[in-house]
Structures are given as structure tokens and as C-alpha cells.
Design a binder for this molecule. Structure first.
Ligand code: ADP
Ligand code: MG
Length: 397
């Protein structure tokens, strides 16, 4: 049984303000929605405006495939909330807009009400909708016209629709010429941190379990030597045992505990102690660790017991290390809340609802949200910040 029942397709358009940034942010917001999963995103297309006042700017259009537990009406309401958050104002028909999100298709559903018509009534006439949609749903059949999206696209003239290259990662230049080691950076939060650090000018040594098994002290030490030999400014101890979705998911309570202690806690202490000591002697450096916000508040269940014990230890270790390494080296901990990594992608409807209920912002955090905090903490903008636990948790206090 899957949680996300219906595949729906959305059209995104913008011709006011920073359209590319707006579409990027709208996609991020969709990715953070509990009970909804973004499956595919088309390229962004530069298109000529159809209708509306003369002299308006070109549009940027995209299509997104989602799998949603939302009803069609709830999906439209979500689209309108996101439009609103991006300053959408409704004036005359076809007026320029910061963001328009339309529901194109909702499974095979056919409905026509004043608020919502699916399939979207003008979908088949519009090249600026069909061109991006064909990229992600070419073989999907229009439930009323009984024609594929590819064939509908052939029937319109797709001029004035130009595919644009993908968005470049947001660069901020916050870490020029710096070198960083990010453990556990082949996926999830670690990968997001490594990607953002690179986009910000750093050279990143990416670590995965194939490069060094952090359960083996000798391999931890070798990783530390290699990182130091390459020159190391920033250490991010992110690696953690995946006891929820990985091979360890079926392990016993005790085996999970051992893995978490070895990887999350002991390897963090060993790396941070060895490399932190050298950074202090050299006179500068930054260390980040990853905790868990619910270690402080408590949460029911066996996995939360394990995480609380281990991540709680990481968080308290970080404070003592910060005092030990000051003033030369800054040491901080990021404590993520509900972040949508591998587990969150497919967690049950009950968990999706719980995330929505327990997070004041009502959405999942994304790995990028943790990475943005890490970038700030690693950069000189945080030069007066050490020994802190920064909660990235959507407002839980
Ligand atoms: P546009 O037609 O340019 O997208 P709006 O975004 O202002 O204009 O939408 C006008 C109305 O269209 C909305 O109030 C909405 O209720 C209605 N509507 C009907 N069907 C749909 C659909 N499939 N997707 C989005 N809006 C729809
Ligand atoms: Mg609309």
C-alpha cells in the first residue's frame, strides 16, 4: 500500500520578478509538503505571453509531476497558498504574475466545478503548457481527449517556447578557497552540505562508507590524516548510521545502538578531537556536528530512544569541545527536526500528518535547509558563534 495515491501534473509560470528563483522556490515548497512527493520536474521554458496587456515580459514555464494524498481541491488550495506566498495578486485576466500554479491533470479524474476544472480546460491549446508537460508526461493520455500529451503537442505550433538550461546551484561565495571534509556526504543532508559548500567556493573531500568505514578506528584515523594532509579548514561530522531505511533497519536494538554509538558518536569524537586539536595549534578552523532536536524534548519509540541517547551525547560533546578549542576554533552543532531524507520520502500518511501537526511551519525541512545553516556556521558571518546548538526544525520550541 502506498501513501501517495494519485499522480497529478502541475503547470508553473512566472513573468514578474526573479522568475527562475520563484520557480525554484515553488518546487522546493512542493518538495516540503507532507503527504506529497515531487516525482519529476521539467526544464524551464522561456515562452511568449498569450493574452494579457501588451509589452509584458516573457514567461518562464515548467511542469511538475507529483504524487499526492491530497484531494484535487486540497491540491489546488496548496497551489494557491504557494502563489500567495510569492506575492501573487489577481487583477485583470492574464495579467503579469509572480507565480501561477495550475492543476493540469489529476490522475484520470474529470471534473468541472466553478473552482476547479480538470483536466485544465486550456491545457491542450497551449504550447507553453504542453512543451514542458511532454518532457515529463509525453505518453500520458488526456482523459477526455483520449490523446497522448506528445500528440497534443504535435497539434499545436510550439514556436515561442524555448527550453532553458537548468538552474545553477545558488552560489554565495561564502567559503572561498577553503577546504572541507564532510563525512557521510554521498546522500541526504551530507550531500546537500557538500554540494552547497562547493557552490560557495570550497573544495570538499566527500566521504562515504566506501572511502572509510567509520566503525573502524584505524580507518577514522586514516581519513583524518588524508584530510589534514590536503589542508583542512572545515570539518563537518555528519555521518550517521541509517537504522531506519538501510541494511540496519532489521537489526536488533543492541546492534542498532552499537552502530549509532560507533558512527554517530565515537567517530565524531575521534575526528573532531584529532583534527580540532591540530586546528587549534594552527590557529583556526571550524567544526560542525549534527544532533537531533528531539533529543532534548524526548519522543516515544525505540528508534527515538536510541537517537536521543546518541545525538544527545553528540550535542553535549560539542559544547565541551567548543570550550576546549576556543578561541582558535569554532565548534557548533546543528539539530535538525523533521527533515525529508530517504525515510521521510516514503513515510506513512500518519507520519506525514504528524510532521504537519508538530511543525509550526507545517512542512518538512529539506536537506538544503540544513545545508544553508551549515554554510552560515562555517562562514565568517558566524565568527561570534561557537558552542551553540542551532535547531533547524520549522519552529518547534
Ligand atoms: P489563470 O487562468 O491565468 O491560471 P488564475 O490562476 O487567476 O488564472 O485562476 C483563475 C481561477 O481558475 C481560479 O480561481 C481557480 O479556482 C480556477 N481554476 C479552475 N480550474 C483550475 C485548474 N485546473 N487549475 C488552476 N485553477 C483552476
Ligand atoms: Mg492559475
Amino acid at each position: 500500500m502506498t501513501v501517495f495515491m494519485t499522480t497529478a501534473f502541475l503547470a508553473l509560470g512566472s513573468n514578474l520578478g526573479d522568475s527562475r528563483g520563484t520557480l525554484d522556490a515553488a518546487v522546493r515548497r512542493l518538495r516540503a509538503e507532507p503527504g506529497l512527493r515531487v516525482l519529476r520536474i521539467s526544464s524551464y521554458y522561456k515562452t511568449a505571453p498569450v493574452g494579457g496587456p501588451p509589452g509584458q515580459a516573457l514567461y518562464l514555464n515548467a511542469a511538475v509531476a507529483v504524487e499526492a494524498a491530497h484531494s484535487p481541491q486540497a491540491l489546488l488550495a496548496l497551489c494557491q497558498r504557494i502563489e500567495h506566498q510569492h506575492g501573487r495578486q489577481r487583477s485583470e485576466k492574464d495579467a503579469p504574475r509572480t507565480l501561477d500554479i495550475d492543476v493540469l491533470l489529476y490522475g484520470d479524474e474529470v471534473m468541472d466545478s466553478p473552482e476547479l476544472t480538470v483536466p485544465h480546460p486550456r491545457l491542450h491549446e497551449r504550447a507553453f503548457v504542453l512543451a514542458p508537460l511532454a518532457e515529463i508526461a509525453g505518453s500520458v493520455t488526456h482523459p477526455v481527449l483520449k490523446t497522448t500529451i506528445d500528440d497534443l503537442l504535435k497539434a499545436v505550433s510550439p514556436h515561442d517556447c524555448e527550453k532553458t538550461p537548468p538552474s545553477r546551484p545558488l552560489t554565495r561565495g561564502g567559503l572561498p578557497e577553503l577546504r572541507a571534509l564532510v563525512t557521510g556526504s554521498t546522500s541526504g543532508i551530507g550531500k546537500a552540505i557538500a554540494d552547497l559548500f562547493e557552490a560557495s567556493g570550497a573544495t570538499v573531500l566527500r566521504h562515504g562508507s566506501r572511502l572509510a568505514d567509520l566503525r573502524e578506528a584505524a580507518q577514522v584515523d586514516r581519513l583524518a590524516e588524508d584530510a589534514w594532509a590536503g589542508g583542512l579548514d572545515i570539518l563537518v561530522c555528519n555521518a550517521g548510521a541509517d537504522t531506519l531505511t538501510g541494511a540496519l533497519a532489521k537489526a536488533s536494538y543492541n546492534d542498532k545502538l552499537e552502530a549509532l554509538l560507533d558512527i554517530d558518536l565515537k567517530s565524531t569524537m575521534r575526528l573532531a578531537r584529532t583534527l580540532g586539536g591540530r586546528m587549534k595549534v594552527r590557529g583556526r578552523g571550524v567544526i560542525l556536528t549534527i544532533g537531533w532536536d528531539q533529543a532534548e524534548t524526548g519522543m516515544e519509540g525505540e528508534s527515538p530512544q536510541l537517537f536521543a541517547a546518541v545525538k544527545g551525547a553528540v550535542m553535549t560533546f560539542t559544547r565541551s569541545l567548543a570550550k576546549s578549542l576556543a578561541p582558535e576554533v569554532r565548534v557548533n552543532c546543528i539539530a535538525p527536526g523533521w527533515i525529508r531524507t530517504a525515510w521521510g520520502e516514503t513515510a506513512s500518511a500518519e507520519w506525514q500528518e504528524r510532521v504537519r501537526r508538530e511543525t509550526p511551519l507545517g512542512i518538512w525541512g529539506l536537506p538544503e535547509d540544513v545545508a544553508n545553516a551549515a554554510l552560515w556556521l562555517a562562514s565568517p558571518l558566524a565568527s561570534f558563534i561557537t558552542g551553540q546548538t542551532i535547531r533547524v526544525n520549522g519552529g518547534v520550541v
